[in-house]
Write a protein that binds this ligand. Structure first.
Ligand code: IDP
Length: 149
């Protein structure tokens, strides 16, 4: 027996999207927001943030100790980041799909990273955007970038 009637409205969820410093620097913030809205998601909050080492250490806690961690933090400190809370049914998966694979060189065309990203110099992958990977990560990351939201 189903526990919820099939008529139950799907529950909208929220995800944290970041337009990373490379994306802001290249003038791609509007393009990323356009793709989120064109997909039918709602922008619940948008703010330009100068990240701190403390914020990034918490945001990227799962990568602490990896060889690229230092250059990842340095890259994320290299300029402002546009922090975005996007909302909609299955938006966490939906935005990961819009973003494409982590490596922008081989990310599928049609995705943000595949259409707009590529390898440059340096140890870190500059791949324009971040998107939360689970409801738990989304709640944690929204709390970090939008305290009080
Ligand atoms: P995701 O952003 O696609 O979820 P994660 O594995 O969570 O990918 O990695 C976080 C970020 O760290 C990536 O978006 C990228 O900027 C950087 N990164 C991940 N793996 C590597 C790597 O092997 N070399 C350099 N940079 C990396």
């Amino acid at each position: 027996t189903p526990t919820t009637p099939h008529t139950a409205a799907p529950t909208a969820e929220r995800t944290l999207v970041l337009v990373k410093p490379d994306g802001v620097r290249r003038g791609l913030s509007g393009e990323v927001l356009r793709r989120i809205e064109a997909k039918g998601y709602r922008l619940a909050a948008v703010q330009l943030v100068h990240a701190t080492p403390e914020l990034l250490t918490q945001h990227y806690a799962e990568h602490a100790g990896k060889p690229f961690f230092g250059s990842l933090v340095e890259f994320m400190l290299s300029g402002p980041t546009l922090a975005v809370v996007a909302e909609g049914v299955r938006v966490i998966e939906g935005f990961r799909s819009l973003a494409g694979a982590t490596d922008p060189t081989t990310a599928a065309p049609g995705t943000i990273r595949g259409d707009l990203g590529r390898a440059w110099d340096g140890a870190v992958m500059q791949n324009i955007v971040h998107g939360s990977d689970s409801p738990e990560s989304a709640a944690r990351e929204i709390g970090l970038w939008f305290p009080g939201l």
